[in-house]
Structures are given as structure tokens and as C-alpha cells.
Write a protein that binds this ligand. Structure first.
Ligand code: PLP
Length: 421
């Protein structure tokens, strides 16, 4: 067999079986070259919200394709970008008034960091520290990686990463420690921004914390004039039960990053939303105060049209009800593992359910991860445990029967894996 020149992300090619091609997608399924229908229980790395190839989004892309390709986004604008910005500021937490486009979750975070630093630079205040949360993940570019957890993923790049201040993850009954640490960092007067994944730390192991803690952090940020950056790249678009996770804490961040579900997962696009204050700090007859950032593909019109269609799907279809039904299905399915010694940390945030397999050696590189992944695939399921953390994050079109199959498979696969431990 000839070897493919393709280098896949987060893939150890020396250990991976030959990689199958997907020939089409449909609803909650990937269809591979052998005709297998695989239930996409990870929403293709968390991007697909309604289901693959939602007809309204597919049509919007087809129509936009008749009029547009990429258009320079300085000097010119276009209807899809304008409509999307209107729509986003209408549904986002109140007070977010401006929309800056880029093309991925990582770039939306880089933009957020630059907005925060630019804000303090332009108002003449010396603030250059960034506070983050332990186990956080914000993307794989250098700035985003700097704000994320350090470990095997970035050991080689460590010399280039900038230093940040890290808050301990708010474990149950120890939330105050996180708040106190944040306040301690703020007392230096040097903190420009807190960057945080609201309610669920995704790549760090689907670690969940409460809305009260989020509101507490916001209150401290406000008290010390530190900007609050909500990285809603994964949590946005219904994943945690509400359109944005910040809604559950009743807060408006100063900056909000969104990407993955922004187009329903159909095309790459990202937006960084900010308050009028941050925009105004860059508004000046002095050209040095310009926001110096661009992506070549900023505000791609076809991607923007897909996102406008996504907004219409949210407006016109019972998406909130689908999210709620999925939430209920998880809630009914999870108790079977509660008194089960094979599992611990059974948890749920909206449409995301997670549990940890009890194994001697946990962590991301735990051998159980790839072993479980293979066993799930043999059962027609795309489930990618993060080490020993098994989670389900399916698209909202998933049926009760399909979800039931996934839960049965977790039960079965756990037994097989633990037998051989
Ligand atoms: C996926 C993710 C990112 C990075 O998004 P990309 O589109 O992969 O660059 C950033 N933040 C969070 C919380 C994410 O889950």
C-alpha cells in the first residue's frame, strides 16, 4: 500500500492503523469508504451542532457561492459579514457591540489577547499579565498555547511560550481558593486579562465547574479593572444547555471568542466580540492606535453566509428544545454508572456528558485511550476518550436509540479494557 503524504493532527502515525476515508456525511453519521456508518459522538471535534450537512446551511453555502469568493476585508465589507455581526451582537450577552472576524478558534483567542493588550497600551496603562485556569485549552498557536495547560503537548515549544499566572481548577468545596488566587494576582495591578473556558474545560478533560464561580471571577475582574475573556469556542452554540455558557452566570464578558459551532460546523470561521470600550480605545486619529491584526481569509463571505443560516436555524427551528431533550437523555442515562466502581466523576453540562474510567495510570497518554477508541470504532462509534476520560458530545439531531447504543458501548468497552489492565 502506498503511504499517504497527509500528516494528520494529533495523530501518532507510527501507532495508528491505516486511516479510512470518509466519503460522505449525513446527520449524526460519517460514512466511510467501506460503507460503514459511524455515529459521530464527538461532533467531529466539537464543531457540528445540528448535524452534518444541515439542509438550510448547505443551501446558504450554495447560494453564497454564486455571488462571492474571498473578498479583501479592509476597504470593503459585504452583506453576509454585516448580517452576521448584527445577528451575533443581538444573541450574545448584552454589551458586546463589535465583531472581529478570523478563521479558527485559536486565532479568535490570539485576537482576544491582542485586543486586551492593545486596550491597555492605548489607554496608557502598563498591564501585561494574563491569568488563566489550570487544565485550560485555548488552541495550538503560540499565544493560545501559552495560555493553555503545559504538558506533553507543548514540551518542545515551551522555550517560546510566554509566562502566565495560573488559577487552580475550582474543585468542589475548594472554589474559594480559585477566587482568592485570582484576587491575589489582581492585586499586582499588572493583570490585563483573565482568559477562561466558561463552565467546561474541554480538551483539559471535560472538567466542569459551576456558574457561581464564573460570576465570582467576573466580579473580581471588574473590581480590579481586569478584562474578562470568555473562550466560548467549544461551549458556545448550545453545548452547555444555553446558547452561550456565560448566560448561566448572568455575565457579559469584555471579550467573547466563538468559532466551532458558529457555522453549525460546516465551514471554518471565528469571531471575537468585544465591548464598545475596547473598540473605542482603538479608535483614534493616531494611526498607531489601529488594531493591527488580520487573517487573509477574515470574514470569508461563504463562511459568513453559513453562519447567518445557522442563526436562522436557531431562530426558526426548535433547537433549544433539541438541546434540552439531549440534556434530558444524558441525565437519564448517566445514573447507571453512579454506583459502578469502574467509573468516577460522572458529570454533565448540557449536551456534554463525561465520566472517568478508573485505571492505575490516567492522563492523556494512558494506553486505555487508544484501546477504547478502537473498540468504539468496531461498534460503529466515533468516541475519542481524552486519556481515561470518556465523553459524549453528539450533534443535537442524535436520537434516543443512538445515544442508548453509545452508552451501552461505554459499558461494554470499559469492561473489556479493564479486564486486560
Ligand atoms: C478547539 C478550541 C480552541 C481552538 O480552536 P481551533 O479552531 O481548533 O483553532 C480554542 N479554545 C477552545 C476552548 C477550544 O475548545
Amino acid at each position: 500500500m502506498t503511504r499517504s503524504p497527509v500528516w494528520h493532527p494529533f495523530t501518532q502515525h507510527a501507532l495508528e492503523p491505516p486511516i479510512k476515508r470518509v466519503v460522505s456525511t449525513e446527520g449524526a453519521y460519517l460514512i466511510d469508504e467501506d460503507g460503514n456508518r459511524i455515529l459521530d459522538a464527538t461532533s467531529s471535534w466539537w464543531v457540528i451542532t445540528h448535524g452534518h450537512r444541515h439542509p438550510a446551511i448547505v443551501n446558504a453555502i450554495r447560494e453564497a457561492n454564486e455571488a462571492y469568493d474571498q473578498i479583501i476585508f479592509a476597504e470593503f465589507s459585504h452583506a453576509p459579514a454585516e448580517e452576521l455581526a448584527e445577528g451575533l451582537t443581538a444573541v450574545a450577552p448584552p454589551g458586546l457591540k463589535h465583531v472581529f472576524y478570523s478563521d479558527s478558534g485559536s486565532t479568535s483567542v490570539e485576537v482576544a489577547l491582542k485586543m486586551a493588550l492593545g486596550y491597555f497600551h492605548n489607554i496608557g496603562e502598563r498591564r501585561d499579565r494574563i491569568v488563566v485556569m489550570e487544565h485550560g485549552y485555548h488552541g495550538d498557536t503560540i499565544g493560545a498555547m501559552s495560555t493553555g495547560d503545559r504538558g506533553v503537548f507543548n514540551a518542545a515549544y515551551e522555550p517560546l511560550l510566554f509566562g502566565v499566572d495560573r488559577l487552580p481548577f475550582p474543585e468542589t468545596d475548594r472554589e474559594q481558593e480559585t477566587l482568592d488566587m485570582f484576587e491575589l494576582f489582581c492585586l499586582s495591578g499588572r493583570v490585563a486579562a483573565l482568559v477562561i473556558e466558561p463552565l467546561v474545560l474541554g480538551a483539559g478533560g471535560m472538567k466542569m465547574y459551576g456558574a457561581g464561580l464564573l460570576a465570582g471571577l467576573k466580579e473580581i475582574a471588574e473590581r480590579y479593572d481586569c478584562l474578562f475573556i470568555a473562550d466560548e469556542v467549544m461551549t458556545g452554540w448550545g453545548r452547555t444547555g444555553t446558547l452561550f455558557a456565560c448566560e448561566q452566570a448572568g455575565i457579559t464578558p469584555d471579550i467573547l471568542c466563538t468559532s466551532k459551532g458558529l457555522t453549525g460546523g460546516a465551514l471554518p470561521l471565528a469571531a471575537t466580540l468585544c465591548t464598545g470600550e475596547i473598540f473605542d480605545a482603538h479608535l483614534s486619529t493616531d494611526r498607531r492606535k489601529t488594531f493591527f491584526h488580520s487573517s487573509s481569509y477574515a470574514a470569508n463571505p461563504i463562511a459568513c453566509a453559513a453562519a447567518v443560516a445557522n442563526l436562522e436555524v436557531w431562530r426558526g427551528e426548535p433547537v433549544a428544545e433539541r438541546v434540552h431533550s439531549l440534556e434530558t437523555l444524558h441525565w437519564q442515562s448517566l445514573p447507571r454508572f453512579e454506583a459502578d466502581a469502574r467509573f468516577t466523576n460522572i458529570r454533565q453540562a448540557g449536551t456534554i456528558a463525561a465520566l472517568d474510567l478508573v485505571v492505575p495510570a490516567g492522563g492523556y497518554l494512558a494506553d486505555v485511550g487508544p484501546r477504547m477508541r478502537k473498540l468504539f470504532r468496531e461498534r460503529g462509534l466515533l468516541i475519542r476518550p481524552l486519556g481515561n476520560v470518556i465523553y459524549l458530545m453528539p450533534p443535537y439531531c442524535v436520537t434516543a436509540d443512538e445515544l442508548c447504543h453509545a452508552y451501552d458501548a461505554i459499558d461494554e468497552v470499559a469492561s473489556i479494557v479493564l479486564e486486560r489492565e
